[in-house]
Design a protein. Structure first.
Length: 374
């Protein structure tokens, strides 16, 4: 059995609807709605509905979609925001770019998400907000996190960059905290043809401030009530995203079906830890990560067999050079650090076929069950 399987196949994802995308892009050109404008406004309405939130605000990236809510909440120099060390770097970066300091808590091994039990020890008089990350497409355990936030007067911003459409106790991500940041980076479950992001919230005041912040602090044309930035979404991205949003649930279902096939196969392999599901959450499998002891050997074996794979993320954020000054030594967050050493992300995308899943599983089996030579 030798079948090459790419880690991601955006070509296969886009090919069937190419004509529809081109028509939408032509419309944007004809109407000249390039920066903000009618396509962005339409997309915002559709995305807010999809997320069961009152407002969506289109921005230029997922990083901006985490940064602007914090700014709008008045978070800045001297403040602290609690998040997790195993996320994409942008989660902590958005905190730092307000002038505040990220404070990390370890993750739960059962979900790879924020361990609510770690919040108490991370709390200081400077703590202003919490950013739980719905990593890999599975919502964090929001109820205890929201409870803790309410008790201590903290705001909650969901990092939903990997979890478009996922649900926690029957409610969509993007509707759970005070605000949520989504990314439409091309490889995400909902991906643009370039950079893009959106913030959702049901707080009208916060929404108003974020709309101003993304457009140079303007409350109306030529009136700058505050200093903001240019974080507007492109019209072309919004037009493409409208088409893709209509298919998102179907694509998430396909990801779940392939994930269930992986799960069944890995249940038989004691060398492999597959991601655990939770009854009260729906997972949208942006990423399908397994954990293995001898990762280099496994990844080498997969590469030899033409199977694409990746690591999300090999170096936890507190161990990055940019945060050396925080003085967080190896061993500070043992669960996040161990997972970072063991994670391997396997091919996962809606167009992945069952035969390809079989090929990946076969390759993993061969590599984990081969004893190393030395
Ligand atoms: C992708 C991602 C971001 C950043 O989004 P961009 O659109 O790339 O700026 C933030 N957080 C997480 C968890 C992500 O996966």
């Amino acid at each position: 059995m030798s079948m090459k399987v790419p880690y991601l196949d955006l070509g296969a994802h886009h090919a069937p609807h190419r004509a529809e995308y081109l028509r939408a892009i032509e419309e944007v050109i004809d109407r000249g709605a390039f920066a903000g404008g009618v396509y962005v406004e339409e997309f915002e309405k559709q995305f807010a509905d999809y997320c069961e939130a009152d407002f969506a605000i289109g921005v230029g990236s997922g990083t901006e979609a985490l940064w602007l809510p914090l700014l709008a909440m008045g978070i800045g120099l001297g403040d602290e925001v609690i998040t997790v060390p195993n996320s994409f770097f942008a989660t902590a970066e958005a905190i730092s770019y307000t002038g505040a300091t990220p404070v990390f808590v370890d993750i739960e091994e059962s979900s790879y998400n924020m361990d609510p039990a770690g919040l108490e020890a991370a709390l200081t008089p400077r703590t202003k907000a919490i950013i739980p990350v719905h990593l890999f497409g599975q919502p964090a355990d929001m109820e205890p996190i929201l409870d803790f936030a309410r008790r201590h007067g903290l705001r909650v911003v969901e990092d939903a960059a990997q979890a478009h459409g996922a649900e926690y106790r029957g409610r969509r991500t993007g509707s759970l905290g005070d605000a949520a940041g989504f990314s439409f980076y091309p490889g995400k479950n909902l991906g643009a043809f370039g950079e893009g992001g959106a913030i959702t919230t049901s707080d009208p005041e916060l929404a108003q401030r974020m709309r101003m912040l993304r457009d140079h602090g303007q409350d109306q044309k030529h009136s700058h009530a505050m200093v903001g930035w240019n974080c507007r979404m492109d019209g072309i991205q919004a037009a493409v995203l409208q088409i893709k949003l209509a298919r998102l649930d179907g694509c998430n279902d396909l990801r779940r079906q392939r994930a269930a096939e992986y799960d069944r196969a890995f249940r038989e392999m004691e060398e492999v830890v597959a991601p655990a599901g939770h009854e009260d959450r729906s997972h949208v499998y942006h990423i399908y990560p397994i954990r293995v002891r001898q990762r280099d050997r496994v990844m080498g074996g997969l590469a030899e067999r033409g199977i694409g794979c990746a690591i999300h993320y090999p170096v936890p954020i507190h161990r990055q050079g940019a945060y050396e000054h925080l003085g967080l030594e190896e061993g500070t967050f043992p669960v996040a650090e161990r997972c970072a050493r063991e994670f391997v992300s396997l091919p996962m995308f809606p167009e992945l076929r069952s035969e390809q899943v079989d090929a990946v599983v076969g390759a993993v089996r061969e590599t984990v069950q081969t004893q190393p030579v030395s």
